[in-house]
Design a protein around this ligand. Structure first.
Ligand SMILES: C[S@@+](CC[C@H](N)C(=O)[O-])C[C@H]1O[C@@H](n2cnc3c(N)ncnc32)[C@H](O)[C@@H]1O
Length: 268
């Protein structure tokens, strides 16, 4: 089994072990609050576009909370793609319960079927998605194939700078120096982790193995551009969107997150 198959098993195990409050209130929050699951920086860029009557795909959609939330902007149809069967099942049942026009499909992003090509006005990639792909070229080729001509892709991710830092739980993390550079920005070797997915489970456990990868901002933009996705906006923020992993470094001049907007060029 390759690293993506193993990641599937590790993610499914993590979701089976999710902390009690991980998505217990999801339906209530989406009913009662306007945008509980979309960060203001991302919304600010998205609201410049018309979503009413449009279609949107999310790549690595987890339990669906972000796409379900986005559909409140008036989407005609949203489809979320994720490799974890149990999350996809939960996401579909949340969509049914909320009567929102979204559905979720269990698939490796690299294996999304041709029936979804040229189907979406918008694409969405959010925090913690890009890192699961060793090479971003096939990932962005798939994203690009799914978008219609002139379709718009929004990415809201952890800034690659964060990969240079150690985080709590890692051997080289020092509580007194969380801003100490520990890794090369150009780190090639993967992160291999079998201590569980803490943000989802709220605990450390001996887990199945997660393998993830560092990507520089240049490698992200170049892989997009090679796939016909041309960046028109890149905004960098001092805000931690990684579940508090870098919260002590917020507003101290470190780039912690970014929003990137790109268009699919005609003929691609
Ligand atoms: C951190 S979540 C990102 C989504 C969203 N920002 C969130 O936090 O809910 C990462 C997701 O990527 C999915 N994933 C990992 N590898 C994948 C792959 N090769 N194809 C599709 N989904 C994948 C996992 O199942 C998980 O739901």
């Amino acid at each position: 089994m390759d690293y993506r198959g193993k990641n599937k098993e590790a993610w499914e195990e993590a979701y089976d072990n999710r902390r009690q409050d991980y998505d217990k209130d999801l339906v209530a929050r989406l009913n009662e609050e306007e945008f509980p699951y979309l960060d203001p920086e991302l919304l600010f860029e998205m609201k410049k576009y018309e979503f009413r009557g449009k279609t949107c795909a999310q790549f690595c959609s987890n339990n669906g909370r972000e796409l379900l939330n986005l559909s409140k902007l008036g989407l005609e149809k949203g489809i979320g793609f994720d490799i974890a069967a149990n999350m996809v099942k939960a996401a579909n049942s949340f969509a049914d319960e909320l009567a929102l026009p979204c559905s979720f499909i269990e698939t490796d992003i690299l294996e999304i079927g041709e029936e979804h090509y040229d189907s979406f006005d918008y694409g969405l990639v959010t925090i913690g998605a890009l890192t699961w792909f060793k090479d971003l070229h096939p990932f962005f080729r798939k994203v690009s194939s799914c978008l219609k001509e002139n379709g718009v892709l929004f990415i809201h991710e952890m800034h690659p700078f964060c990969g240079m830092l150690a985080v709590r739980g890692e051997e080289n993390f020092d509580e007194d120096e969380p801003d100490r550079i520990r890794n090369s920005y150009f780190k090639d070797e993967p992160w291999v982790d079998d201590s569980g997915m803490n943000y989802m489970t709220g605990k450390e456990y001996s887990s199945k193995t997660f393998t993830s990868f560092q990507h520089t901002l240049g490698s992200i933009i170049n892989a997009m551009s090679d796939s016909g996705l041309h960046a028109v906006r890149l905004k960098e923020y001092e805000r931690d969107i990684a579940g508090g992993m870098f919260s002590s470094l917020e507003d101290k001049g470190f780039p912690l997150s970014y929003v990137l907007v790109a268009f699919k060029s005609p003929g691609k």
